[in-house]
Ligand binder design. Structure first.
Ligand SMILES: Cc1cc2nc3c(=O)[nH]c(=O)nc-3n(C[C@H](O)[C@H](O)[C@H](O)COP(=O)(O)OP(=O)(O)OC[C@H]3O[C@@H](n4cnc5c(N)ncnc54)[C@H](O)[C@@H]3O)c2cc1C
Length: 429
């Protein structure tokens, strides 16, 4: 696959070592390719928060045999989704069981999941060649046709394939969409902000609430909805930590802040959630600190690929966290790269590579865009006018989101469904 240039050459250059970039490195290392991951940060601090992998992603991760790396991180199986109204009354309990989708919904500390992915991407004990991660290597842009990637230090590298996994403010995206109808597309404010809180469970007092309604020990996700706000919370790291994401209307949607980690005063959260049950405020009041995260997403792009480059993860389809599918869709992207590039040889031409990347986009685009749209839908205020009931139906998107067995299987399923619909229409005619 060599392009013939003087710059340092790699089979694959991945830009961004977040969940999407590391997952892509794990997926693509299996065939013994040389993989370079370029990461802007020094990677010594991932965002402190909990994160879930849904069954659609857990199934893929299980297939990567990275259990030794994950096991020690004390992952937890999320056994149920429980929806409460603002009075703390249980509205819906949806049991989550493995048998339905072939894998569990797993809860992780974000740092732990990130760490395990990094270890699996670079370990000598995984199949194929370990990826190399270069930190403090911010990418300025790339040439999608030649595969040359420009790094902020003034150096360049060249990849047969460039994977743009550089998040919602992607530099690679700007290059990929140049000249397309999406040119200039940027992260957009969604009108929502989230306070994020992580507490050590043993620092919390006994809560004044019946365990039938809520227990810190229950391995479940609990959502409380009231007015235009909601709290989503659950345990992590084997129950040692308890995490909350508290969604509120964004008071300052046009703020150009870039961080997920602006700090916010605890008083502000307690005021915003004054109408919520006392036991929830008790948990919040023990937060060692509060991070404020302005929620942004992007509109579906008209393309994710150009020449030798493809966008994945938030760079391609940043979505609201309301369905907890952001990381899971990144894992699906990585698996799709593996599925469509696994048998591509070292001598493949730029045209061959482009066609494979376009096949990845065809397999993934409709599904990821729909989940992006569902996530916006799920963010709409969900409390009834009298605030007593919750209009969300957690079951609604579950089957579509979680019943997934890889990109090629998805394409085949859709082909069969279209064929069936065609036959039915023909029979009726
Ligand atoms: C607090 C929080 C909680 C979340 N909870 C969930 C959840 O429960 N479930 C879920 O599915 N999703 C969740 N998400 C969303 C999810 O984390 C992302 O959708 C997912 O991780 C995909 O991210 P990514 O790797 O594409 O992008 P990012 O995580 O943004 O990673 C991009 C990486 O690229 C690097 N980078 C950026 N620009 C450059 C550049 N120019 N050059 C080199 N490197 C660059 C960044 O430093 C970063 O390391 C959550 C997100 C946050 C912030």
């Amino acid at each position: 696959m060599a392009i013939g240039s003087e710059v340092e050459h790699w089979d694959v250059v991945i830009v961004g070592a977040g969940i999407a970039g590391l997952a892509a490195a794990i997926a693509l290392r299996q065939e013994g390719r040389s993989i370079l991951v370029l990461e802007k940060s020094s990677m010594n601090k991932e965002v402190g928060a909990l994160i879930s992998l849904q069954p659609n992603a857990s199934k893929i991760v299980n297939g990567w045999n990275m259990t030794p790396f994950l096991e020690e991180k004390k992952p937890m199986v999320d056994e149920a989704f429980r929806l409460l109204n603002i009075e703390g009354k249980l509205q819906v309990e949806m049991k989550l069981n493995t048998s339905q989708f072939g894998a569990d919904r797993m809860l992780y500390h974000r740092q732990d999941l990130h760490d395990a992915l990094r270890q699996a991407a670079t370990s000598d004990d995984m199949p194929g060649s370990p990826a190399v991660i270069r930190t403090s290597s911010g990418v300025l842009g790339c040439d999608c046709d030649t595969g040359v990637v420009h790094i902020s230090k003034g150096s360049s590298v060249q990849g047969d394939v460039i994977v743009g996994a550089d998040g919602i403010r992607s530099a690679i995206r700007d290059e990929v969409i140049k000249g397309s109808a999406s040119e200039g597309s940027k992260a957009i404010p969604t009108g929502l902000s989230a306070y994020r809180i992580l507490v050590e469970t043993d620092k919390l007092p006994k809560l004044d609430i019946s365990e039938d309604v809520f227990s810190l020990k229950r391995s479940a996700t609990t959502m409380i909805v009231g007015h235009d706000k909601r709290v989503i919370m659950g345990p992590g790291r084997g129950g040692e930590m308890f995490g909350l994401v508290c969604l509120v209307p964004d008071p300052n949607p046009n703020n150009e802040g870039t961080s997920w980690n602006n700090s916010a005063p605890l008083k502000e959260v307690l005021e915003a959630f004054a109408a919520f049950p006392a036991w929830v405020k008790e948990i919040i009041s023990h937060a060692p600190d509060v991070a404020l995260w302005q929620l942004r997403d992007i509109d579906p792009l008209t393309t994710w690929t150009k020449g030798r480059a493809i966008l994945i993860g938030d760079a391609a389809h940043a979505m609201l966290p309301t369905q907890g599918q952001g990381a899971s869709q990144s894992i699906e992207d990585a698996e799709a790269l593996q599925a469509y590039l696994s048998d591509i040889g070292k001598e493949a031409s730029g045209q061959d590579i482009q066609e494979r990347l376009e096949a990845v986009q065809r397999a993934r685009y409709d599904r990821a865009s729909l989940i992006q749209a569902y996530s916006r839908l799920q963010a709409k205020p969900a409390a009834s006018q009298d605030n007593k009931t919750v209009k969300l139906n957690p079951q609604e998107f579950m089957e579509y989101n979680c019943n997934y067995s890889g990109a090629k299987n998805w394409v085949e399923r859709n082909r069969e469904a279209e064929e069936m619909a065609y036959k039915q229409t023909a029979a009726r005619a």
